[in-house]
Design a protein around this ligand. Structure first.
Ligand SMILES: [Ca+2]
Length: 247
């Protein structure tokens, strides 16, 4: 085929592929993402718990799309045909999700959309996005940005009802704790690579971030790290996803 015909075919094919617009529907899910640019930040906290120390500079070398919201019950139901949540409502985050459950969801989503790769954020990506350029405990006034113990009425709330953080991400703090890709090691920060830290090669527990409807303000900070066995599920736990263009 002459080169110019090939180019034309490519152009036509590109025009037929829907743009990655906000709210695009993959497998019946309305997924919305915020593009996070590469950059540097100080991960951890000098005044936090031992596992948050030492604060150390981390570079995120590649941009990525991060879910604007926690994965909702409507999205989980559409893909998985079930809803395990304790606090039932389609626009609330899906809760009672184990790390292993997220693998099932991601496998189905990756199978349904071969143009992209979906995964959990790394712990570093999560904190970089949660901080959104801020360096304190909270990227704003906590009551304005998060559902946590003091204001949640001890339940989850529909996603996106509080103010977003400075990068337009909702409910990073509070509502449900969010599973990350990484194994947990309380001492990891002492030896963390400075660029795109992937977390320990192995471990027992997986990391969760951000606090929840049942966590007090001390636990609902940008740098707090907790961890649980990958099969653990309860009504404090949910997740959000990363999307990357498949190569
Ligand atoms: Ca959250």
């Amino acid at each position: 085929m002459p080169v110019h015909y090939f180019r034309l075919a490519l152009a036509v094919a590109a025009a037929l592929v829907p743009a990655a617009a906000a709210g695009e529907s993959i497998a019946g899910l309305k997924l919305e993402f915020v593009h996070v640019e590469p950059g540097e930040f100080v991960m951890g906290s000098g005044s936090g718990m031992n596992s948050e120390q030492p604060p150390h500079k981390v570079r995120i070398s590649k941009g990525f799309d991060l879910g604007k919201y926690e994965v909702t019950q409507a999205q989980w139901q559409a893909l998985m045909g079930s809803n395990p949540s304790r606090f039932q409502a389609p626009e609330k985050p899906v809760d009672s999700i184990s790390w292993e459950d997220t693998r099932q969801f991601l496998a189905k989503l990756n199978n349904a959309d071969r143009a992209n790769h979906y995964r959990l954020p790394t712990e570093a990506e999560w904190e970089y996005a949660a901080r959104a350029g801020t360096s304190g405990d909270y990227p704003g006034e906590l009551d304005e940005i998060a559902w946590y113990f003091a204001n949640s009425n001890l339940e989850t709330h529909p996603v996106g009802r509080k103010k977003p953080n400075p990068w337009g991400l909702y409910d990073m703090l509070g509502n449900v704790w969010e599973w990350c890709q990484d194994w947990f090691n309380a001492d990891y920060y002492s030896a963390s690579p400075a660029v795109d830290p992937p977390g320990p090669a192995e471990g027992v527990n997986k990391v969760l971030r951000g606090g929840s409807w049942g966590a007090n303000a001390v636990y609902t900070r940008s740098s707090v790290r907790i961890s649980f066995f990958p099969g653990q599920k309860n009504s404090y736990f949910g997740f959000r996803i990363v999307r990357q263009r498949a190569r």
